[in-house]
Design a protein around this ligand. Structure first.
Ligand SMILES: [Zn+2]
Ligand SMILES: [Zn+2]
Length: 251
């Protein structure tokens, strides 16, 4: 398979990620999240501005916070979360427990708007998205643009796509949503549909072999089809801890 003559950012990363199981975009976003947190832990932790962003987000989201669990990161994590906990405490302290309400606010509360208008509920809400999620959204945009760009130049890339596990539903949706060009959409949809049809057949085979009448048959590639189907629809399993090593001995 030939590669584009001109250097295209992310192209090699996408092709490499497509060569191993799982959604390539999910894997590249995961790698970007690890890098983002590396920089945060080892470079930005003493800078109050990025820490304020995490506090405004009421902490990193559940998917990304646990990537901070890595050797040597305990002190930096404590510094970040001292601010997050402080921000939550300050937000509650600065908010009246019972707010004086106008007649119409009391009427709205009766019709189910109670929690939406509760000042403490509002103060506890994330005031901005998790910064790693915001970065992941940016990366997703670059990945979609790269695939569409190389596909416009040549269809060689399709062979990588067809041989891969395909994209997960969320990322395929983002990719298709990023182009209205009919030929491009058809080529990508055909490639993705063939992958999903093959997965559907593997799931059917797994279910068939679980029938007591076929107990003698051993499982083949369909053995983990149910796990792959979950990852390609609901998204991959969130990391319990980071895959990274640490730089300091603290924690
Ligand atoms: Zn994905
Ligand atoms: Zn996040």
């Amino acid at each position: 398979m030939s590669r584009p003559a001109k250097y295209i950012p992310y192209y090699d990363d996408i092709v490499e990620a497509m060569a191993s199981p799982g959604c390539a975009f999910c894997k590249l976003q995961q790698r970007a999240a690890e890098r983002y947190l590396d920089a945060f832990l080892w470079e930005s932790v003493n800078d109050p501005r990025p820490r304020r962003q995490v506090s405004a987000a009421r902490g990193f989201c559940r998917d990304h916070a646990w990537l901070l669990v890595r050797p040597g990161a305990a002190l930096s994590t404590a510094i970040i979360y001292q601010d997050v906990v402080g921000a939550v405490v300050n937000a509650i302290r600065a908010t009246p427990v019972v707010e004086k309400r106008s007649f119409w606010q009391r009427v709205e509360a009766l019709w189910g708007g109670e929690s939406r208008n509760d000042p403490i509920v509002r103060a506890l809400q994330p005031q901005q998205p998790c910064p790693v999620c915001a970065n992941a959204a940016e990366i997703e945009g670059h990945l979609c643009a790269t695939v569409l760009d190389v596909m416009k130049r040549s269809r060689d890339f399709l062979a990588h796509y067809q041989a891969s596990s395909g994209l997960c539903v969320a990322h395929f949706r983002a990719l298709i949503g990023a182009t209205s060009q009919p030929e491009l959409r058809s080529a990508l949809i055909d490639a993705q549909l063939a992958i999903w049809e093959a997965l559907r057949a593997e799931l059917a085979e797994f279910i068939r072999k679980n029938d007591h009448r076929f107990r003698e048959e051993t499982f083949g590639v369909e053995r983990d089809s149910w796990e792959r189907a979950m990852a390609l629809t609901s998204g991959p399993q969130p990391a319990a801890t980071s895959s990274r090593g640490g730089l300091t001995q603290t924690g």
